[in-house]
Design a protein around this ligand. Structure first.
Ligand SMILES: [Zn+2]
Length: 279
């Protein structure tokens, strides 16, 4: 441990500055989105079995709803541009823009060079949760996804039903790729329904039993044509452990709702940066 300088307290007292004021972002018309959702009808429904994943295609202007139909269960969500898998959800930039956890009005952004909203959260039945006394919140963009490699490092052994593997199998099946071809497309997720944070004393990533209950749901507007892949995490409600068959797990539901797109809505174009990078 290094010795603190004499002005340590003054240096710590410097006030933080918000890196990206979201007020500067183009704002979605949430009342138009909500009105469109009210008139949308169920077009497709898939049940994601516990410790497995499933994929659906969601046309731009339609809605993707993730439901918790049976009991407390968290999900790991990957989003792709349905016509170009190289455009995918960028958890890190979404976190930088909207914070560690997302809810109604927040958007899920794609990677460079497109950096545009892929989906906007229109309804979230867990919006009430806020930030608890431990610093925990729901629907995080701070975790990565449980995976067999970290499990191997920490515990040894081969476990095949981590979200990373579940997503890999489901993407391979949805695109007719091999597992080896599909795996590099799997990316850091939106942890749907998961309750997480960073410990205040050590700054470590923590999880706790999700407050999600049967009947809860989160609904997104697809801003572009999406391929959505969702894993029902082997951690169940993630109250104890993941990467094993120990936790009690439940299925998750995926629904696609279609109808008239929101009034005034247009699918966002790729980012306007000219990509000349100073040359
Ligand atoms: Zn998982």
């Amino acid at each position: 441990m290094t010795d603190a300088p004499v002005d340590a307290d003054q240096r710590r007292a410097v006030r933080p500055v918000i890196c990206y004021p979201v007020a500067d972002l183009p704002a979605p018309d949430m009342s138009a989105y909500a009105a469109a959702l009210e008139n949308a009808e169920l077009a497709d429904a898939v049940l994601v079995p516990p410790r497995d994943a499933a994929a659906v295609r969601v046309p731009a202007g339609s809605f993707l709803r993730i439901t918790c139909p049976k009991g407390p269960q968290v999900g790991d969500l990957n989003l792709f541009n349905a016509t170009d898998l190289s455009e995918r959800f960028y958890s890190g930039k979404t976190r930088a823009l909207h914070g560690t956890h997302v809810t109604r009005g927040d958007r899920l952004w794609s990677n460079f060079p497109t950096l545009r909203p892929m989906a906007t959260i229109v309804e979230d039945s867990l919006e009430w949760y806020g930030i608890d006394d431990f610093g925990g919140g729901v629907h995080d963009v701070i975790g990565t996804r449980c995976d067999p490699y970290t499990h191997q490092l920490l515990s040894g052994g081969q476990y095949h039903y981590c979200c990373h593997s579940n997503l890999t199998r489901a993407l391979a099946d949805a695109t007719s790729m091999s597992l080896a071809e599909a795996e590099p497309f799997i990316h850091d997720v939106l942890n749907v329904f998961m309750c997480t944070g960073f410990t205040r004393d050590t700054g470590q990533y923590f999880m706790k039993a999700s407050p999600v209950r049967a009947g809860d749901a989160i609904t997104f507007l697809a801003e572009i044509d999406l391929l959505a892949v969702l894993s029902a995490c082997p951690g169940g409600d993630c109250g104890a452990e993941h990467s094993s068959d120990v936790a009690r797990c439940y299925p998750l539901g995926i629904e696609v709702l279609t109808g008239t797109p929101p009034d005034g809505w247009v699918s966002p174009q790729p980012n306007g940066y000219d990509r000349s990078h100073g040359r």
